[in-house]
Design a protein around this ligand. Structure first.
Ligand code: AGP
Length: 596
């Protein structure tokens, strides 16, 4: 997902913009650029590839003089990742950066810009050309921006500077995330607080179809019909340590090893003053009154949702299902009479998930969002929010957010109705301690990754029941950061065709934690071993056998995913690290995918 930073103040803008973009690198990108205003002119520098190329090209920002500017990291959607298509895009007067997709760009080109010479392949250039167009007759910039909001369809977060005005910049938002950072003698614009937290911890939200005029000593927010909005800034719950690697080589391993702390924080945050685990009554009321829970998510969050389904159906006896958002929105199943929707999203900005939220709200249904980002779009637009308290997750591969999602779902399911009398406060504390023990075995995981994964092109994770659900997540982790083609497979299903892919040395990793099906999975391992597979077993102690390579400590069987996933996360990390990849920023991926 693209990253946006803007600065207006007394200091040189370019170094501040570069530092802000560096904090947004985790979002994934393939080019970057800066535009800085000085004495009636805007200077622009862009570079393809890593941000360091732009840093070098601008001599750390020194070559761009000025105290007002905007910066951007681009994750290409329209047009190749090259300098021409990189942002900022500059017209005859304005320069701007954009995150999102303009869905009616072709119509706008035909209607307003027939005679315009375009230099890029991007939808973003249409926006800056429109702004030129709407002000060429002397229209005020704020009026032109309102006109822009009226005609643009799709998602956009914009930061805009004007070559005729060195005392303000503009922020415009619809569906894509954008915040204003409030400083003393300066102000900033950013895709999220991470880009600005080094300078301020106070932020203004901008809501859809609003825009802000940002000067050195003030921020004014308006609706698209020029109504001024008095909105109080809020203090971010971030601090700089959250967004630094400390002594770790990558955020991925740091965040894997933060998981015991995260589970303990979830336990603390979801306790009421009596020390009992607590979910707000208005959420429980909606969940108890519905006749089915529809869990909507993508990627890792979808995998957490599948475990959540298992919890609702086995802890609170509530029908539930987990759906891939991008499928659900265009292929909506027949809904029950009284559905209730739960959206799971680490970022709270995933466009596929938001598209479903918009759809079900139009149908009159209610929703809860479980997210790691307070004030995110999916949080603001749902009826209820439950936070993950996982701290910022910087690495593209989601780890601590997954286990936090599973823990919150367990607490939620038991709060709806605890049919099995599970003592979650105790059991989750056991999970945190067990996770801690696993984190001291990193040398084992490193050795196993080298032995099993260093030279392979493919791999299988197999399991049954809740172990199978973890296999789906384990497979995603491995493939998205080591690029090893990996499938998470129902162990019993392998023999119905896919076992044909097993050949000499094919790595097959089994997850075995459930005592009613452990022997079944072990016989599936025998089947693949008989065909030359190189099998590795991750088992829970109570069902482990001699020779299992990774044995995790016993936790409540229902919570096994919280511990069996940890070795899989480590294996993925070391497989990627040993191949020399950028573990935190895998190729082609973005941390939060805000385009459908
Ligand atoms: C997980 O490792 C991936 N980075 C990706 O699948 C991610 O989980 C997915 O894009 C959903 O993101 P969200 O949780 O922010 O909605």
């Amino acid at each position: 997902m693209c990253g946006i930073v803007g600065y207006i103040g007394e200091k040189q803008a370019a170094p501040i913009l570069l530092d802000g973009l560096a904090k947004l690198e985790y979002r994934g990108y393939d080019s970057a650029g800066l535009a800085v205003y000085k004495d009636g002119a805007i200077s622009v520098q862009k570079a393809v590839g890593k941000l360091v190329n732009l840093v070098n090209k601008t001599d750390g920002g020194a070559s761009l003089d000025g105290t007002l500017g905007i910066g951007h990291t681009r994750w290409a959607t329209h047009g190749k990742p090259n300098e021409t298509n990189a942002h900022p895009h500059t017209g005859s007067r304005f320069s701007l950066v954009h995150n999102g997709i303009i869905e009616n760009e072709a119509k706008l080109r035909r209607k307003y810009l027939k005679d315009t010479e375009f230099v890029s392949e991007t939808d973003t250039e249409v926006i800056v050309r429109l702004l030129d167009k709407f002000t060429e007759g002397g229209e005020d910039v704020d009026v032109a921006i309102m006109h822009l909001i009226d005609v643009l369809e799709g998602s956009y977060a914009l930061a805009i500077i004007d070559s005729l005005d060195g005392d303000r910049m503009y922020a415009v938002k619809n569906k894509s995330p954008l915040l204003i950072g409030k400083g003393e003698g300066f102000n900033m614009i950013g895709s999220d607080a991470m880009a600005m937290i080094a300078h301020t911890e106070w932020f203004y939200e901008i809501h859809d179809k609003e825009f802000a005029i940002v000067s050195r000593d003030g921020v004014e927010i308006f609706t698209s019909y020029s109504q001024k909005i008095d909105r109080e800034p809020y203090k971010a719950e971030l601090d700089l340590s959250d967004v630094s690697k400390g002594t770790y080589p990558f955020f991925t391993i740091k965040e894997i090893e933060e998981q015991p702390l995260v589970i303990r924080r979830v336990l603390k945050e979801y306790q009421d003053e009596t020390g009992e685990l607590y979910i707000p009554e208005e959420i429980l009321k909606d969940l108890r009154e519905c006749d089915k829970i529809y869990i909507i998510a993508c990627g890792t969050s979808y995998h957490a949702g599948i475990v959540g389904k298992y919890f609702f159906e086995n802890i609170s006896d509530k029908p539930a299902d987990s759906y891939v958002a991008s499928e659900f929105v265009y292929n909506t199943p027949k809904l029950t009479e009284k559905p209730f929707f739960i959206f799971i999203s680490q970022s709270g900005e995933t466009a596929d998930s938001r598209a479903v939220l918009v759809k079900i709200k139009k149908m009159g249904y209610k929703a809860l969002t479980i997210t790691n980002v307070k004030g995110s779009t999916l949080s603001r637009e749902a009826n209820h929010t439950l936070l993950l308290y996982a701290g910022p997750e910087i690495a593209v591969a989601s780890t601590k957010a997954y286990t936090a999602q599973v823990a919150v779902l367990a607490i939620l399911a038991a709060a709806v109705e605890n049919k099995i009398g599970i003592n979650l406060k105790y059991e989750l504390a056991v999970v945190a301690n067990t996770m801690e023990g696993l984190c001291s075995d990193s040398e084992l995981y490193s050795d196993l990754a080298r032995e099993y994964l260093q030279n392979t092109r493919n791999c299988f994770y197999i399991g049954r029941g809740i172990d199978y659900y973890v296999c789906l997540e384990a497979a995603l982790k491995l493939k998205e950061i080591s690029y090893i083609q990996t499938e998470g497979f129902a162990a019993g299903e392998l023999k119905h065709g896919t076992i044909a892919l097993i050949e000499e040395g094919t790595p097959v990793i089994a997850i075995i934690t459930q005592n009613n099906i452990d022997l079944n999975t072990r016989s599936n391992i025998d089947e693949v071993n008989a065909r030359g597979a190189k099998s590795l077993i991750i088992s829970m102690r109570s069902v482990s056998s001699h020779g299992d390579q990774i044995v995790v400590g016993d936790v409540h069987e229902m919570l096994a995913p919280l511990v069996s996933v940890v070795p899989a996360q480590y294996l993925a990390y070391y497989a990627s690290y040993q191949r020399g990849y950028d573990v935190d920023k895998p190729r082609n991926l973005a941390k939060s995918v805000t385009v459908e």
